[in-house]
Design a protein around this ligand. Structure first.
Ligand SMILES: *Cc1c(COP(=O)(O)O)cnc(C)c1O
Length: 380
């Protein structure tokens, strides 16, 4: 079976994990965590980066820093993972779902403004498949209405928009290092901000509400409870595992992009015949090949295509069930405007095997199976 996902593994992880163990420093914010922070600050030109225990907890930190009060509203797409929404629900917000664009499956920047009310506090964008949302338009709307922008860049590590790393454009950015993401520490994530003021607040939030981070840097001689907070910092063992992969980020990224480009080229003739739709990468976006998706005609055809791929030993999967149609989505939010694309397009989308080290024979097996399904001879 060609797996849908294989967690990244580069080979240097265990040496670093061993070193972390031998350092006798396995709690959070040890030497490997510091190295991950420094690597990301430099690579992504980010003022503040803090490793977290997951993408989910990075989003929770971002939501808590949006100063949401009961009844305040947060705008987000419905086509996303539950964590994007949960973070704001836990912070007390009412969710306002906005439609996606069918070409990128990102929130439609032109439908955001109509969803803003006097209670709106923040916009949370999701860079689906590691392809950036239209950030200039979104940041302009947010500034004009005094809203915070949170970037769920869980899938967007190493992607850029107009040269800027995803996660560094809005007020707060959130990465995931879950095993299904491009770089992994098993479970983990990162919180990013370009604001040093919010960077300080985030440190307190992440360290049980204390100023221990300042204490560890020798800036104060004792640390005390400053504000509300929790424990969002991962073990240095996990950070060691991640650092090994970050140091090979170009190699991992190139490998994934080669697979992505091979799929894209191979499927172009099917697209020309109008049989499938393929991802669109806007001009200002450089993506990280997080995912390769295609769209069948409708739900029925997608179900048949997934079943056909399974017969040919390839795992393909659908993606999000729109949150506004889920029980919790109905309880905690509402869809603003018309659901023109969210439901329809989510029913048609399927994701193909995509991971670091995907063998080209396996990729070709997947492509052949899709051609076979559509009864089209594959061009040499
Ligand atoms: C993976 C993912 C998350 C959650 O990240 P975890 O590290 O699994 O908690 C949140 N949002 C999106 C869009 C994701 O893809």
């Amino acid at each position: 079976m060609i797996d849908f996902n294989v967690p990244p593994y580069i080979g240097t992880e265990l040496a670093y994990v061993k070193e972390a163990a031998e350092n006798h420093k396995i709690c959070g914010d040890g030497p490997f965590t510091k190295r991950c922070h420094a690597w990301m600050r430099e690579r992504f030109n980010a003022a503040k980066v803090l490793l977290t225990t997951s993408g989910t907890t990075a989003l929770e930190m971002a939501a808590l820093l949006c100063s949401i009060e009961d009844g305040d509203e947060v705008i987000l797409p419905s086509f996303t993972f539950s964590s994007t929404a949960n973070a704001f629900v836990l912070a007390g917000a009412h969710l306002v779902f906005v439609d996606v664009r069918p070409d990128t499956m990102n929130i439609d920047e032109n439908k955001i403004e109509a969803a803003i009310t006097s209670r709106t506090k923040a916009i949370c964008v999701v860079h689906y498949a590691g392809v950036s949302c239209e950030m200039d338009t979104i940041m302009d709307i947010a500034r004009r209405h005094g809203l915070k922008v949170v970037e769920d860049a869980a899938q967007g590590v190493m992607s850029t928009y107009k040269g800027k790393a995803l996660g560094t454009i809005g007020d707060f950015g959130c990465f995931s290092f879950h095993e299904t993401k491009n770089y992994s520490m098993g479970e983990g994530g990162a919180f990013l901000t370009q604001s040093l003021e919010y960077g300080d607040k985030a440190e307190v939030l992440r360290e049980k509400g204390t100023d221990r981070s300042k204490f560890l840097r020798g800036q104060i001689d004792k640390y005390t409870w400053q504000d509300y907070g929790s424990s969002y910092l991962p073990s240095d063992i996990n950070a060691a595992y991640l650092l090994a992969q970050l140091e090979q980020a170009n190699h991992i990224n190139d490998n994934r992009l080669a697979s992505w480009n091979a799929y894209h080229k191979a499927f172009a003739p099917l697209k020309e015949r109008g049989l499938v739709e393929l991802p669109y990468i806007p001009e200002d976006c450089v993506h990280n090949a997080h995912m390769y998706w295609l769209k069948a005609r409708d739900l029925k055809e997608r179900t048949e295509l997934i079943a056909h791929l399974k017969k040919r030993d390839a795992q393909a999967t659908f993606h999000y069930i729109p949150l506004h149609s889920a029980p919790a989505g109905k309880k905690f939010g509402h869809f603003a405007g018309k659901d023109e694309y969210t439901t329809k397009e989510s029913n048609r989308l399927l994701r193909l095997p995509m991971y670091y080290g995907l063998a080209s024979e396996d990729l070709n097996t997947v492509v052949d199976a899709v051609y076979e399904f559509y009864g089209v001879a594959r061009e040499a």
